[in-house]
Design a protein around this ligand. Structure first.
Ligand SMILES: [Zn+2]
Ligand SMILES: [Zn+2]
Length: 159
């Protein structure tokens, strides 16, 4: 379970292991084409003052297009989250490791952290390369130069 009741957290740390399917509401509109569920592992605990600390990791795979030749690229995502803090303090909103928690919220939802981490990964998706030395497409004829030189680049035939 990634959504933990605050009453359970008042009794001690809670394991948060689970999977989020690509159609989970927390993963909507991220611009990421996820391949299969995102696996999440971690532990959530109360730190006093109504704050909660989550430490964990998430793994998933997403599909994108090579930025040079547009070939499909599958990128594996493996993120460690050393500290994500859920708190109701509005002053903490600027802290990138801080997640807002409504004062009266009955539960803490680790899916918020997963969403944030995947949003960062979507930037990475736009920069994907099928391989480090991808030759890309010819700007003139659109041919995939990984398959060899196109006509524009072919050596001139001897006259
Ligand atoms: Zn490529
Ligand atoms: Zn060409």
């Amino acid at each position: 379970m990634l959504r933990v009741d605050r009453r359970d957290l008042s009794r001690g740390p809670v394991r948060t292991d689970g999977e989020l399917e690509p159609d989970h509401p927390a993963l909507k509109d991220l611009g990421l084409d996820l391949v299969g569920p995102v696996r999440v592992k971690g532990q959530l605990q109360a730190t006093g003052d109504g704050e909660y600390l989550w430490r964990g990791s998430l793994q998933g795979m997403f599909r994108s297009a090579c930025r040079r030749c547009l070939t499909e690229v599958i990128t594996e995502l493996d993120v460690d989250v050393p500290a994500a803090v859920f708190c109701s303090d509005p002053d903490a909103a600027d802290d990138p490791e801080s997640y807002p928690l409504a004062e009266r919220a009955g539960a803490v939802d680790v899916a918020d952290v997963v969403r944030e981490e995947l949003a960062l990964a979507s930037t990475q998706a736009n920069l994907a390369l099928c391989r480090e030395d991808c030759a890309g497409l010819c700007p003139r004829c659109g041919a995939d130069l990984n398959a060899g030189p196109c006509r524009c680049h072919a050596p001139a035939e001897p006259v």
